[in-house]
Design a protein around this ligand. Sequence first.
Ligand code: G
Ligand code: G
Ligand code: MN
Ligand code: NA
Length: 254
Amino acid sequence: VTLRRELMEAIEQEQFVLYYQPIVAADSGIVRGMEALVRWQHPERGFVSPGDFIPLAEQTGQIVAIGQWVLHRACSDLADWNARMDRRMPVSVNISPLQFRRYGFLDEVRRVLDITGLEPELLELEVTENVLMSGAGQAIETLREIRKLGVKVSIDDFGTGYSSLRYLRQLPINKVKLDRSFIMDITENSDNAAIVQGVITMAHHLGLIVVGEGVETAEQAADLRHRECDLLQGFLFSRPVPFDQLDLSGSINR
Ligand code: G
Ligand code: G
Ligand code: MN
Ligand code: NA
């Protein structure tokens, strides 16, 4: 059987699980949110990484069904948590280009919020720069509608696409997530350090929050803190884990 066919079965039989990776305040280490990341538990092959099936699912259109499941699951997990706790915790969900551009996406978001009861302000959608660049007019319109709902938007993998700073200024977004390729060698590569500093300074001018992704060492965390990056995410703090293995109570100091 082809992978495509197996993905069809995976969708029907709900072989997906959602993992979550904490996102912490750079200064205190307090958990400020989390990113939902899908995993495929294949009955024979075991764990299949999203890097191996998301691109195919994007090609075949199956990402629409998978994405719907992810969105619903993430909102329902967080709605339950927020109902039980006296803190409020947001969740970030990756939205694929096809999903974002599809007619009906907004209705899907509205419906999921309605069904799960998650406060719109606690949902954040992650889209890549290129999604916003191509078919730009329509993309901005969709962003505006999302923001009208109260839902937040962040630009994922920032720095790897083609968005200009001038363009960024016009977008109704809340956050930029600095791609991990810049963070990886931030302490050795002065070009990347300069880019990171430039993005942080510019983003703050525009009133945007900055997340440093793929933080793996204490040196990288210290460097980003020094550059006044707001939030940090990476293996240094936690790998993605099932929801019930998250420790959201205190701060993760590294
Ligand atoms: O979790 P991991 O680093 O293995 O993910 C690999 C890639 O798959 C990343 O680019 C990530 O954004 C993407 N990905 C993970 N979960 C989802 C999801 O639920 N939806 C979409 N569209 N992409 C996802
Ligand atoms: O494209 P996106 O930024 O959504 O991808 C998120 C992916 O990055 C997740 O699948 C996660 O497994 C991976 N990731 C998270 N933290 C780290 C890290 O510290 N190092 C590396 N190499 N990958 C990470
Ligand atoms: Mn992401
Ligand atoms: Na990213």
